[in-house]
Design a protein around this ligand. Structure first.
Ligand code: G6P
Length: 611
């Protein structure tokens, strides 16, 4: 995964801006960090195992002097987590420093060849071949951008690369398969893995496309495509603007980004619903033309976004009478591609728009003649650029690795979309109209109960953290809520958690239930489902487990603890949004109680750009 940032300034110091950018990129990986600054006496590199804060403490990075620099935050792929393997990597003479995100598949051959020509490589990483290839280009008289273009023409695999050279004010960058955007500022220019890492400097950006290189000087940015032997053809591309601000990506008074992002949900959902007004007509047109021509709707998504797709699938069937399919993106090629046809629509949901499995799925689908409707949060992301139609969620930057506000925004957007589609199709009767009427109330409903849900989650968290396993039971649309609630808890607290359909419980999981396995049950509103869930709760309690229930006011269930998360009368289809909020808070409080960092769960990264 890894995060990359670079800046070239006319005047002033690069280091503090790099450090700020790296902090915003830590969601991409945080096992090591490093920077390289071009100063009066060549390139200074500081790097090591740990977070950006650790780097700052160890080396006082912000005090390094020089107007051009690059930085990196690492999620290890090749080579263990050691100081030597941290980026930037340098060439034999320490004149070239490189940061890289991605995987170089042919690095072993390149390394052997470089060593055969006398180069000395010091780390176990695939990245280190790059500065040595650039070094060779420079030695043969090429300018840094030409040397990088020639180097990347020898690379196989995926990469976003940024390099600096001693005595030069520019950064040279390249991209294939890993994200990289160029930032156009006043008095300098930047590059980064995403726009959020540049907001403290500029909100104007140019996305770099696969197969391109760029030269970023303090005064301007130039882009070229690279041919098979490193030949360069200039490209003109206008900057775009993102309406995110730096303060949106700040922690503010909160202890963690995750808590801030949970509390931001009312305003994020409100923004999503106004975005939906702008974008949904075209998305609805695309869905209608697919259905009219006999095509199918097939969701592809990963992690939390996959759980949102399950809500979408449910709502499409329930409100619009459309039988959609939903696949985890990493399984899409094996389960969906074999029967995908021209005219089908792949509905890809991805917060980052960079998840490798999602991009692989949509690219394979397009080759077969399917169209792609994408729902993304990050502007300028790869998925957004490659899709036929885009729904921007508008949730604002999300920094915590565990998705919270972007999940509820995805579900809000899907609810808006399916209700509108049902109304256009004349299906769903009063139900679709009722849901469309209730939807604008959702931000207020969440807002009104947030503090109370947090208070209750602090009260119930003891029950969760004193056990090793927690089971989440859902039915109907809130099966997705049970899966998402379990994912939140396991990913940030490291307590084993599983979500199940309530009825499936007796087919295996019940064997694990004892007084040591508390359960969280999401109580449906519909009477038939509620009774079934009450039966499941009784079965669990009969084995000594305590139960926490998430419910709407007036919903009755025999449980030790309850979260009244929604008002009586809220249609079942709308409950996934308010019902997930207490489970996000419970997971957050559990992580904090156990001394884990909820923003940086071990082994995970927010944007998974490798397969
Ligand atoms: C990672 C993140 C999850 C996220 C998933 C999909 O696993 O840790 O929070 O849900 O990727 O990410 P996407 O950006 O495609 O929604």
């Amino acid at each position: 995964m890894c995060g990359i940032v670079g800046i070239a300034l006319e005047m002033g110091e690069a280091a503090p801006i790099l450090v700020e950018g790296l902090k915003r990129l830590e969601y991409r990986g945080y096992d090591s960090a490093g920077v390289a600054i071009v100063g009066e006496r060549g390139v200074s590199v500081v790097k090591g195992v740990g977070t950006v804060d650790d780097l700052e403490r160890r080396f006082g990075v912000s005090a390094l002097s020089g107007g051009t620099g690059i930085g990196h935050t690492r999620w290890a792929t090749h080579g263990g987590v050691t100081d030597v393997n941290a980026h930037p990597h340098t060439d034999c003479s320490d004149r070239v420093a490189v940061v890289h995100n991605g995987v170089i598949d042919n690095f072993a051959e390149l390394r052997r060849a470089l060593e055969g020509r006398g180069h000395v490589l010091r780390s176990d990483t695939d990245t280190e071949v790059i500065p040595h290839l650039v070094e060779e280009g420079l030695s043969s008289g090429l300018a840094p951008i030409q040397a990088l273009a020639r180097a990347v023409s020898m690379l196989e695999g995926s990469y976003a690369i940024a390099a600096v050279v001693s005595g030069r004010r520019e950064i040279v960058v390249a991209r294939r398969g890993s994200p990289l955007v160029l930032g156009i500022g006043e008095g300098g220019n930047m590059c980064a893995s995403d726009v959020a890492a540049m907001l403290h400097f500029t909100n104007r950006y140019i996305p770099l496309e696969d197969g391109e290189v760029a030269e970023i000087t303090p005064e301007r940015v130039r882009i070229w495509t690279v041919g098979p032997r490193g030949e360069m053809t200039p490209v003109e591309r206008e900057p775009r603007e993102v309406d995110w601000t730096a303060s949106m990506a700040d922690k503010g008074p909160y202890d963690h980004f995750m808590l801030k992002e949970i509390y931001e949900q009312p305003s994020a959902i409100e923004r999503t619903l106004s975005q939906a007004e702008v974008y949904s007509d075209r998305a609805v047109d695309l869905l209608l033309s697919t259905i009219d021509s006999g095509g199918r709707v097939v969701f592809a998504a990963a992690g939390t976004s996959y759980h949102a797709s399950l809500v979408g699938k449910y709502l499409l069937a329930r409100l619009a009478g459309i039988q959609a399919e939903s696949y985890v993106a990493s399984e899409f090629e094996d389960w969906a591609i074999p029967h995908l046809r021209e005219g089908d629509l792949v509905f890809a949901i991805s917060q980052s728009g960079e998840t490798a499995d999602v991009l692989i799925a949509t690219r394979a689908a397009r080759k077969l003649g399917a169209r792609v409707l994408a729902m993304v949060n990050v502007p300028g992301s790869t998925l957004a650029r490659e899709a036929d139609e885009v729904l921007y969620m508008g949730a604002g930057p999300e920094v915590g690795v565990a998705a919270t506000k972007t999940y509820t925004s995805q579900v809000a957007m899907l609810t808006h979309l399916t209700a509108r589609l049902a109304l256009r199709l004349g299906r769903g009767g009063n139900r679709a109209g009722e849901i469309a009427d209730w939807l604008p109330e959702i931000p207020k409903i969440v807002e009104a109960r947030l503090e109370e849900m947090d208070r209750l989650s602090k009260r119930y968290v003891g029950e969760v953290v004193s056990h090793h396993s927690v089971f989440f039971l859902g039915r109907g649309v809130n099966l997705a809520t049970s899966l998402e609630g379990a994912l939140k808890l396991k990913e940030i607290s490291y307590i084993h958690a599983e979500g199940f359909p309530g009825g499936e419980y007796k087919h295996g999981p019940l064997a694990l239930i004892s007084r040591d396995t508390p359960a969280v049950a999401i109580l449906p509103r519909e009477e038939r489902l509620r009774r079934l869930m009450v039966g499941n709760i009784m079965e669990v309690r009969a084995r000594g487990a305590k139960v926490i229930v998430v419910k709407a006011d007036g919903g009755e269930a025999p449980a030790e603890m309850e979260f009244p998360a929604a008002p009586e009368g809220l249609p079942e289809e709308l409950t996934p949004i308010p019902f997930i909020v207490p489970l996000q808070l419970l997971a957050y409080r559990a992580a904090v109680a156990l001394g884990r960092d909820p923003d940086k769960p071990r082994n995970l990264a927010k944007s998974v750009t490798v397969i």
